[in-house]
Design a protein around this ligand. Structure first.
Ligand code: G1P
Length: 297
């Protein structure tokens, strides 16, 4: 097995979900449903589809609902079985059988870098994929598989990049690149967390998929709190980008597929509609309704 073959995924899900209050007062934002599946299930399905069946979730106060979702619910299963409702039974079982899921608590919420550091023990000295729990990539568009293959062949840290409107760059980690984008891949030489529009070195934003070498843990242990007084993964990646001998460099895979930032209200609604119109069960009715609705507004 290649040294850079990845088998584990880490998904931080400890955020407070303040943008969705009060819906997220007693429920983690990752449990909000896109149609009939919670956001987190799409993210785990993406990891599994890319061959990563060992998933570590870094949780916060919201651990219970997430754990329950990926666990068995004997009463419900029995009820559906007795009714002979195999279709729903299959849906209920799907999340249970999906992956090998492990949990670790973040403790103090001290930033994304801190959450990633909590995975150190589970990951040990292997490379791993990091998927942010808010970001849903449309399963019809390829990203993670390409990032994993690039990591395996180069041994570099890989970040997913997306061109954004300059007015939006302050919401993301932003990269400095060198040379041309070739086959959707570009060398990253610098990263800055959530820069002001005027200070942004590019309009290429880091989106929530990474493939990282284990050396990133040592760097995260060293980095000082950055933006927002939090331990920033972006700052650790900056060090990796500038010290290729120490931790491998950083390459970016530019994604031009469909990404839904489910932490954002408007994007959440768009995601529901985008996925809804292509559904076999409700797609046609939703399309018809949207056409009528369009005349009304
Ligand atoms: C985090 C990262 C940021 C990245 C973003 C992608 O920010 O810190 O670099 O661009 O995820 O979604 P957050 O969205 O958690 O504030």
């Amino acid at each position: 097995m290649s040294r850079f073959k990845v088998t584990k995924a880490v998904i931080p899900v400890a955020g407070l979900g303040t943008r969705f209050l009060p819906a997220t007062k007693a429920m983690p934002k990752e449990m909000l449903p896109l149609i009939d599946k919670p956001v987190i299930q799409y993210v785990v399905e993406e990891a599994v589809a890319a061959g990563l069946e060992d998933v570590l979730m870094v949780t916060g106060r919201n651990k219970n609902a997430l754990e329950n979702h990926f666990d068995r619910v004997a009463e419900l299963e029995m009820n559906l079985e007795q009714k002979g409702d195999t279709d729903r039974l299959q849906k209920v079982m799907a999340s249970t059988e999906l992956a090998n899921i492990h949990y670790v608590r973040q403790g103090d919420p001290r930033g994304l870098g801190h959450a990633v550091l909590r995975a150190k023990h589970h990951i040990a000295d292997h490379s791993f994929a990091l998927l942010l729990g808010d970001d849903v990539m449309d399963a019809r568009d390829v990203l993670l598989t390409k990032m994993l293959a690039l990591h395996e062949s180069t041994g570099e840290n890989i970040v997913a990049l997306m061109e954004v409107d300059p007015d939006q760059i302050h919401l993301y980690g932003c990269v400095v690149t060198e040379g041309e984008v070739v086959d959707g891949v570009v060398r990253v030489t610098g990263l800055i967390e959530k820069p002001k529009k005027e200070e942004a070195p590019s309009n290429l934003a880091v989106i929530g998929r990474y493939v990282l070498r284990p050396e990133i843990f040592d760097i995260l242990e060293e980095v000082k709190p950055g933006r927002g007084n939090e331990i920033q993964l972006t700052d650790a990646l900056m060090i990796a980008a500038q010290n290729r001998d120490r931790a491998g460099g950083v390459l970016g895979v530019v994604f031009d597929g469909r990404r839904y930032d489910t932490g954002d209200k408007l994007d959440f609604i768009k995601a529901t509609l985008r996925l809804g119109v292509d559904r076999e069960d409700i797609g046609q009715d939703l399309r018809d309704w949207l056409k009528d609705f369009n005349k009304e507004i």
